[in-house]
Write a protein that binds this ligand. Sequence first.
Ligand SMILES: NC(=O)c1ccc[n+]([C@@H]2O[C@H](COP(=O)([O-])OP(=O)(O)OC[C@H]3O[C@@H](n4cnc5c(N)ncnc54)[C@H](OP(=O)(O)O)[C@@H]3O)[C@@H](O)[C@H]2O)c1
Length: 230
Amino acid sequence: MSDKGARKGVTLSTAIIGVGNIGGTVARQLVAGDQPVILAAKDEANAQALANELGPLARAASVEEAISGADAVVFAVWLDTTKELLAQHARVLEDKVVIDPSNPLGFDENGQMLRTLPEDESAGAVVAALLPTSAHFVKAFGTLDAGTLAGAANREPRRAVLFYATDDDIAAEAIEPLIRAAGFDPLKAGGLAAAGRIEMPGGDLHLATLGSLLDLDEARAAVTKNVPAN
Ligand SMILES: NC(=O)c1ccc[n+]([C@@H]2O[C@H](COP(=O)([O-])OP(=O)(O)OC[C@H]3O[C@@H](n4cnc5c(N)ncnc54)[C@H](OP(=O)(O)O)[C@@H]3O)[C@@H](O)[C@H]2O)c1
């Protein structure tokens, strides 16, 4: 996406790769906020079914076509799948805003949730390192479980906050209107180094740790509360 395009605040088209819990919710919210979306899934019929439900602002495509046709791309798939897709579609990811909601989560043989990365490594850092240098990375849309995300849009009287983390000004300028369109107030938690703060398990700005949704004032206080010393 061009620097100019982001600064002008034009409507972006957003590819959403994955139409499950998170991808389906984000797609519904962006369309409700008048944003065009291009949907892709492993089985294109699943993307088509959601596009049919969402109407003229949504269309379905292959993963490659969805990324090519969009300014911003949400990888609403599991982290290992994101890693595979980034390798397969590196060429079309040049210059795109890449939005990563993934958490470093897996399950053991008893169905117990476990962390899949070392404590000091975020999923965001893993994804960002795999992108073409011209891409604009932002961690976002993963700080609430999908059910809470779906129910908390356009909260009254004060909107709930969705945190994001990025080192990239173009990505920040792209994600803020998308978070607003989805029905939330955007707040930057920090740069890429802060991505782990908005992931689970363990991130201090993730709903799983916070225990409740925050409005903008509460969220600003929470961001400054546990800032690492360096
Ligand atoms: N669930 C939550 O509450 C939540 C909250 C925050 C963050 N997250 C993060 O969001 C991500 C998605 O989680 P989820 O719960 O939404 O997963 P999910 O419901 O299992 O949905 C996964 C989606 O990925 C698609 N997919 C799988 N392989 C693919 C491929 N090779 N190419 C294209 N699409 C592919 C699936 O396509 P089909 O529909 O064709 O099977 C499905 O639509 C994860 O990284 C998770 O950590 C989840």
